[in-house]
Ligand binder design. Sequence first.
Ligand SMILES: [Zn+2]
Length: 337
Amino acid sequence: MTPSQVATTGFLLHPSSALHDTGPGHPEHPGRLRALADSVGREIAALGGRVVVDVPVEVDLSELRLVHTADHLAAIEAASQRARAEARLVALDPDTVVSAASLEAALGAVGAAWAAAGAVARGDRRNAFVATRPPGHHASSGRAMGFCLFNTVALTARWLQERGLAERVLVVDWDVHHGNGTQDVFWEDPSVHLLSLHQAPHWPGTGRPSEIGAGAGEGATHNVEVAAGADWTTYGPSFERALDEAFEASRPDFVLVSAGYDALAADPLGGLCLGPADFHRMTEMVLQRSSKGGESRLVAMLEGGYDPPGTGSAVAMTIRALAGVVPVDSTLPADEG
Ligand SMILES: [Zn+2]
C-alpha cells in the first residue's frame, strides 16, 4: 500500500445488487443503482485516483447471527428459495419483496460494507462509500421491513466490534425515514449510538425524540424530527446541532452513515426539500467531527433514495466530500467547501 493509496476513498458496488427484483412499479428497483453508477463513474474518472473501486468480501449467511435471529435468516433463505422454485416474487409484507436472487444481493450488500469497513479500519482507505441494495436500516433482528432484509449498517457495527476494530460506533442516519431497525438492534446497547434525522410525521411512525434507548443504552439513541417541507435553512442547523450532541455523547472511534437520499426535494417517498449539494455539506460536517488527529474512520452506505438522477448527483456530492474535493455546484455559496 503506497501513501497515495492510503489517501483514497473506497467505492464499492456488488454485482448481485442488480439482480434483486422487486417487481414492476416498485420504487426500490435496480435502475436506482444504474443511475448512481453513471454519476459516480463520471465522478471517479474526474477525481483522478482519489476514489478507487474496491472488491466486496464473501459473507456466509451464518455470520449474520451477529445481529439477526436464526429464525429470521432461515425465513429470508426460505423465501428466496421459494421465489426461485416457483419463479415468482414472494412478498414478506406489502412493501418488502424477495426474488430468487435477493438472498445473494442482501448478502452481497453486507460483504461490500464489511470490505469497506475493514479497509478503513486497517488504514488502507481514508473512508468509503458502499452503493448496494436492498437497503437495511428498517430491518430488525427478527424482521424484514420497508424494503430491507438484513440490517447492513447494524451488522457492520457489530462486525467491527467483534473483530476488535472498533469499540464505540456512531451511526448517523440521514435517510428521510426513521432508522427503526437500527434503533431496535441497539436499544439497550451503550456502545453503538444512533442519530436519526427523519421527516415526522411520516412512515414508519417511530423515532420520537422521547425514544432514547433503555437500560444501559439509555441516552444512546438520538432522534430528531424534521417537518415536511424543510429545506437546508431549517434542516442544516438541526443536523449540525444534533451531530454535535451525538458525537459528544458517543465519542465514537468509528462512524457509519446510513446514507439515504430520499430527503431530496424530488424524491417520491419523502417530503423534505434538500438539494444534492446539501449532502456535500452534511458529509463534511460528519467528517470534521469524526476526525481524530487528522484521521477519521467513516463508511457511508446507501439506504433509500427513489429519484434515481437526484440520488446519483447527491451520492456524487457525498463522494466528493469524502475525497476532500470541493463541490462543483452553482447552488453552493462560494465561501463553502
Ligand atoms: Zn428512506
